[in-house]
Design a protein around this ligand. Structure first.
Ligand SMILES: *[C@@H]1O[C@H](CO)[C@@H](O)[C@H](O)[C@H]1NC(C)=O
Ligand SMILES: *[C@@H]1O[C@H](CO)[C@@H](O)[C@H](O)[C@H]1NC(C)=O
Ligand SMILES: *[C@@H]1O[C@H](CO)[C@@H](O)[C@H](O)[C@H]1NC(C)=O
Length: 364
């Protein structure tokens, strides 16, 4: 009888944990993930105990139907009470254990802004076919982007900014057909932007600044219909600005500053939907196209530190709004136009040119 009871009990427990708890293998994978990390100040892993990892484990949540772990969400900068009580932001060392690859239903993994996590992105992460969000921003992760990252067909967010990632952008990345947000800023990535980058049809933000990326800007980028924000600044890009960038439907921010981009400024770029344009610190030459008008609305036009010559375009005075204009350190010459968009600008917008004159510089 006693034996029978304990069998029933065991069965009940098994059913109960299958319905409500996490699977033992998910739990083991989470504990291995935790064991590879060290978080000395806040105790964010203190709640990671007991059998049921789906309930009350800080930053862990499970899929309502499969009861498998679906999200790991650990942010080192957050308004969670844990941080407010400690009066500090997070700090964590250790590495991201490949054991997370046993969480086969994982849909998002965010281990962000812990500043001290080292090691590499586990290569096996590309086997997590349900993964939508991969966010490791703000750590010290090194090594390369997994070569077969393109296998993650559901991935919408890839954010590994502010780490020490090196190597090239893998060609397979252009296979991420669901990708909307790509942030690789401030790493040590080198080599070219893949020629077929334009295959990322869902992309709306491509942020690659602060790396050592070289070679030309692929013209295929302009086929990304939804792209609103393209930041390639502070790299080692060369060649010309593709004309087609000025024909993009919703491109609002284009930052190409601090590269080695040459040639002239395409006319289309200044009569496009772009409202934030930074082309400063390149080797652009020729005249600034005279194509502004009442449709021109710029928060920023920064063309400083290039080799631009000729006059400031007269039509710029007809623009409906110019928030910040910087034409300094070029070879411009002639009278600075007058008009509403120019009234608030000071001399620093125009200094160090060949022979500009008029308000706010000296008289002509
Ligand atoms: C992209 O995916 C296709 C099939 O989906 C595959 O044949 C091709 O090799 C992949 N490209 C790269 C560069 O991985
Ligand atoms: C930048 O690119 C040039 C070739 O265009 C190359 O010679 C140089 O080594 C690169 N510099 C860096 C810092 O990558
Ligand atoms: C444009 O880029 C330069 C160089 O990276 C930077 O110093 C400048 O602040 C930027 N301009 C604006 C208006 O943000």
């Amino acid at each position: 009888m006693q034996r029978f009871c304990s069998i029933i009990l065991a069965l009940l427990l098994a059913v109960f944990s299958a319905v409500n708890g996490c699977s033992p293998s998910d739990r083991a994978a989470l504990l291995a993930f935790k064991a590879a990390l060290h978080e000395p100040h806040l105790g964010i892993f203190d709640s990671w105990k007991g059998a049921d990892c789906c309930h009350n484990w800080y930053g862990v949540s499970c899929d309502a139907e499969s009861h498998q772990v679906a999200d790991i969400n650990l942010r080192g900068e957050s308004e969670d009470p844990i941080f407010e009580r400690a009066h500090r932001t997070g700090f964590m060392t250790g590495f991201i254990s490949p054991e997370i690859c046993r969480l086969t239903r994982l849909s998002s993994i965010t281990v962000a802004d812990w500043k001290g996590i080292t090691g590499e992105i586990p290569k096996c992460i590309t086997t997590l076919s349900f993964l939508r969000i991969l966010d490791f921003i703000g750590n010290k992760i090194s090594g390369e982007i997994p070569a077969d990252i393109g296998k993650l067909q559901r991935l919408t967010v890839l954010n590994i900014a502010d780490n020490q990632i090196s190597g090239r952008i893998p060609a397979s990345l252009t296979n991420l057909s669901s990708l909307m947000h790509l942030d690789l800023r401030n790493n040590k990535i080198s080599g070219p932007i893949p020629r077929k980058f334009g295959r990322l049809r869902m992309l709306s933000r491509a942020l690659l600044s602060g790396n050592q990326i070289s070679g030309p800007i692929p013209g295929s980028i302009s086929r990304i219909y939804r792209l609103a924000d393209l930041d390639l600044s502070m790299n080692n890009l060369s060649g010309v600005i593709p004309r087609s960038l000025g024909k993009m439907a919703v491109l609002a921010t284009l930052n190409l500053d601090c590269n080695k981009i040459s040639g002239t400024i395409p006319t289309t770029l200044l009569s496009s939907s772009i409202g934030n344009l930074n082309l400063s610190r390149n080797v652009l030459e020729g005249k600034i196209p005279d194509v502004f008008g009442p449709g021109s609305y710029f928060m920023v036009i920064d063309l400083a530190y290039n080799k631009l010559s000729g006059p400031i375009p007269r039509t710029l005075a007809a623009a409906s709004y110019i928030g910040h204009l910087d034409l300094s350190y070029n070879h411009l010459c002639g009278r600075i136009p007058t008009g509403a968009p120019f009234d608030h600008l000071d001399a620093s917008s125009f200094t160090h040119n060949d022979c500009l004159c008029g308000k706010p510089l000296g008289v002509c």
